[in-house]
Ligand binder design. Structure first.
Ligand code: HT7
Ligand code: ZN
Length: 873
């Protein structure tokens, strides 16, 4: 497949100022008439033909300035429409196409979901609706007329503001016209037609304009959208307060659909969401679901400025909108909830997804320099590492200059399609700093490793830290340059008493900018040996090697003022124990005892003050994290045994305290999804998990009782999850009862699929195959596929990576089947193979065979072809 390169970017030869779209919705034969007001682009080539993009389109007619063109005057295929002799001044092109939304299983362009019509145009879906210059630097003002059968689609929604609506006599059909005054790229186009329920409220913006906020959902589920509506209102207020950004249309609509390739889409004034990220009730959604809904509602809303008002020049700049918007939604969630707890959750995700990606054959820069299929670049690197870059920039320049830079960027680039350079220039300008070294974060892939060595001179009262950095080679980048790494740090005394130390390389906010291959800093006035607390708040997305003994890390767990590093210290000790246990099967008992004792002391002292934080400290690194840490010749069975053993030891040592907390923190009163209440539940469920690890019999009894008495999905699911770790009749009965109870709740059935797919036992492979025959499962629905197949491949380390290769073969066969329906979904599932090279030899061979069996298949989609070939490179 052909490769698209950033260096080949050139402006479009033509522009489209206005788009008039007339869409007559029919289940199989939807008619689209696009009237495009066009002109040659002064920045383009003057002799170029007009080439419009298409994808699986059926052209009915083309007219130029009102004159229907004969077939000699243009060249058309389902993939493109070319007019060799296009006018050299403004002209109007009218194109009629016919499309079949019912047959559209790719869920890109116009498709049907549960009987409703909806669209998904990012990145290149608009070309599946009409021929167009389907690229983000062509901005147009859209007017959309939607017509449909009134019975089938009483609700008709488009971008922008409603203009008019009415009936079409004697046809049973009706129409609505929408106008969006803000020029936008085609990827932000959307329309919806369907039978939908609605919740709404009005919002007054900071300048006093009234906006009608509405969420549309499956009829009967309106009350499950209340939380999302509240989150939307809070997001809008937050963006006004923190970034000074106001909403700019009379309405803001959100529609929840059940078949959706990703989480949600920020179409101008008409966000379309995966219903999983809108619908919530205590009976069906967990605390984590509520938190995700809040974050994604905010994320899509924040795109209105970071993405829509200022969009991307080309898809290489994707991080410009996605990294920045993730940063904004993370800040929002931190302000709405507990900042340290949220930061830990962000870092856990970053390490589990982005560090993993960066250590795999799929590693790429935050701003890639080439791609074959852009859909494969909506990655953890572009999103999560992209957000970390924005956060580092803020750390380096400080809060005030960051806000001034953001204001300059939004103000200057409003209404344009911008680049990463435009973004950085705004900050360089307000600070007077040269950010060209910092810009390397966008270009260089791989996770830097920072190694730190400490030297204390008790006579001179000095304490020196020697830093070195290196970044491993990644595909296409053998040699690496040093990065500009902000290190937020401090020194901690062994007993927690205040420590006065000075270092002129560390600024007043505790930040040292480490931007060479090696550097040293020295603190003076240090009267006793301190413990260094480095990368506070995870100030840079790097891996750290530090020569601190476990005992000193446990001092940080006890005394550090930085909550993130308290958690990190416990994780580092746990990881050391788990990696040793996995590799050597044996670790000196005293080391485990010291850790257990420190953890028990921590629980005694701190669990009640901050339950959510305590639950995080008590949760060991996952099996996937341990595999990543080991990095080569990985044996997932050994890792599973090691983690089970350590959980058993911790649960046994702490049984008394765990039991006490479990019993004293019983949930009372009505359910509330707020962070404090959720924190209590997470602590209690972390206790239950360790108690069950220590003694399965007690665990089973407690979990069964909790499953019976739970008044919300968080507690019910947590108890079922504990039961899935204890084989036997009680587990099977509980699984069956849960499945029966929620058989009409697809989003809960997803959780049920996930729990079963993650059982680390030999029978799981057959169980997954069996569940694929369950009436609720469908290969056409991304949520179902992700919850059953995605969970098996991503969460079940031992069974996906079975020594006999059966897990790999199962995934390969499903990827091939899914590819015929939905290539984007198939390609995402396939990324589960990204860890194959770190496995031990036997597994590696099986994984390679499975990948080759996919690669050999004829007619692979570009999406799957791209991932499989990069995975094998
Ligand atoms: N900007 C959106 C990304 C997206 C997408 C969404 C749904 C289906 C296919 C998609 N391709 C790209 C979502 C976001 O990050 O906000
Ligand atoms: Zn986004």
């Amino acid at each position: 497949a052909s490769v698209i390169r950033l260096e080949d970017y050139r402006p479009s030869d033509f522009l489209i100022d206005h788009v008039d779209l007339d869409v007559k919705l029919h289940q199989k034969e939807t008619r689209v008439t696009a009237t495009l007001v066009m002109r040659p682009n002064p920045a383009g080539r003057s002799d170029a033909p007009l080439v419009l993009d298409g994808d699986e389109l059926n052209l009915k007619s083309v007219a130029l300035d009102g004159r229907v063109l004969s077939s000699e005057e243009f060249e058309a295929s389902p993939q493109s429409l070319t007019i060799a002799q296009a006018p050299r001044q403004a002209f109007t092109l009218t194109i009629e196409t016919e499309i079949n939304p019912t047959a559209n299983t790719k869920l890109m362009g116009l498709y049907r979901s549960s009987g409703n019509y909806c669209t998904q145009c990012e990145a290149e879906g608009f070309r599946r609706i009409t021929y167009f210059l389907d690229r983000p630097d062509v901005l147009s003002v859209y007017t959309t007329r939607i017509e449909a059968n009134r019975e089938e689609s009483p609700v008709l929604l488009g971008n922008g503001n409603p203009v008019e609506s009415g009936s079409i006599d004697d046809t049973g059909r009706h129409y609505a016209v929408w106008h969006d005054p803000h020029p936008k790229p085609s990827y932000l186009f959307a329309l919806v037609g369907g039978r939908l329920g609605r919740v709404a409220k009005s919002f007054t913006t900071m300048s006093g304009r009234e906006v009608e906020l509405a969420i549309y959902v499956e009829p009967g589920k309106e009350n499950r959208a209340d939380y999302a509506l509240d989150a939307l209102e809070r997001s809008m207020r937050w963006d006004e307060r923190v970034f000074g950004r106001e909403y700019d249309l009379d309405v803001f609509n959100i529609v929840a659909v059940s078949d959706f390739n990703m989480g949600a889409m920020e179409n101008k004034g008409l966000n379309i969401f995966n219903d999983k990220y809108v619908l919530a009730s205590p009976e069906t959604a967990t605390d984590m679901d509520y938190a995700h809904i809040e974050a994604i509602i905010a994320h899509e809303y924040f795109h209105n400025w970071s993405g829509n008002r200022v969009t991307c020049r080309d898809w290489f700049q994707l991080c410009l909108k996605e990294g920045l918007t993730v940063f904004r939604d993370q800040e929002f969630s931190s302000d709405e909830r507990s900042r340290p707890v949220h930061r830990i959750a962000e870092v856990k995700t970053l390490r589990a997804r982005q560090f993993l990606e960066d250590a795999s054959p799929l590693s790429h820069p935050v701003r890639p320099s080439q791609y074959r299929e852009i859909n494969n670049f909506y990655t953890a690197t572009v999103y999560e590492k992209g957000a970390e870059i924005v956060r580092m920039l803020k750390t380096i320049i400080g809060e005030e200059d960051f806000r001034r830079g953001m204001d300059l960027y939004f103000g200057r680039c409003d209404g344009t399609a911008a680049t990463v350079e435009d973004f950085l220039n705004a900050f360089a300008e307000v600070t007077g700093r040269d950010l060209s070294h910092f810009a390397r974060w966008y270009e260089q892939s791989g996770t830097p490793r920072v190694t730190v060595k400490s030297h204390y001179d008790g006579a001179a009262h000095t304490y020196r830290l020697d830093f070195t950095q290196s970044t491993p080679p990644t595909p296409g980048q053998a040699k690496k340059e040093p990065m500009a790494i902000p290190v937020t740090l401090g020194l901690v005394s062994h007993d927690g008493s205040p420590l006065s130390a000075a270092c002129d390389r560390v600024d007043e906010r505790g930040v040292f900018l480490f931007d060479k291959a090696a550097d040293s800093i020295t603190f003076t006035g240090v009267t006793s040996l301190p413990v260094p607390s480095l990368f506070r708040g995870f100030s840079a997305p790097v891996k750290v090697s530090l020569d601190l003994p476990n005992a000193e890390l446990l001092v940080l767990l006890r005394h550090d003022t930085d909550a993130f590093n308290r958690w990190q210290a416990a994780q580092t000790v746990a990881m050391r124990l788990l990696a040793s246990l996995s590799i050597n099967a044996q670790v000196p008992g005293e080391e485990i005892d010291a850790f257990s004792t420190a953890l028990c002391a921590f629980i005694d002292r701190d669990a009640e003050n901050d339950p959510a934080f305590a639950a995080l400290v008590m949760t060991l690194p996952s099996e996937a994290d341990i595999a990543q840490e080991i990095g080569q010749d990985v044996n997932p069975d050994a890792i599973h045994r090691a983690r089970t053993e350590l959980r058993h030891r911790l649960g046994s040592t702490g049984a008394g305290q765990l039991q006490r907390i479990y019993e004293s923190f019983t949930d009372s009163g009505p359910y509330s999804p707020d962070a404090a209440s959720a924190g209590l539940r997470s602590l209690r469920n972390a206790c239950l998990d360790l108690l069950a690890a220590a003694d399965p019999e007690t665990g089973e009894a407690l979990a069964l009782a909790q499953l019976d008495s739970a008044t919300n999905m968080t507690d019910r699911l947590a108890s079922l999850s504990v039961l899935t770790t204890i084989p036997g009749k009680a587990r099977e009965d509980a699984i069956a009862r849960f499945g029966e109870r929620y058989r009409n709740e697809p989003l809960v059935i997803d959780k049920w699929f996930t729990l079963q797919a993650a059982i680390p036992e030999d029978g799981t492979l057959e169980r997954v195959k069996h569940l694929m025959e369950h009436p609720a499962f469908s290969l056409g629905n991304p949520n179902r596929v992700r919850s059953l197949i995605g969970s098996f491949a991503m969460l079940n380390q031992v069974q996906f990576n079975r020594a006999d290769g059966a897990g790999y073969r199962l995934l390969a066969s499903i990827v091939l089947r899914a590819d015929e329906l939905n290539p984007q979904l198939a390609a995402r599932l396939l990324t589960a193979f990204s860890t194959w090279r770190m496995m031990e030899n036997g597994r590696r061979k099986h994984a390679e065979e499975a990948l080759r069996s996919i690669a050999q298949k004829p007619n692979l989609s570009r999406d799957v072809g791209d991932i499989v070939s990069r995975s094998l490179e």
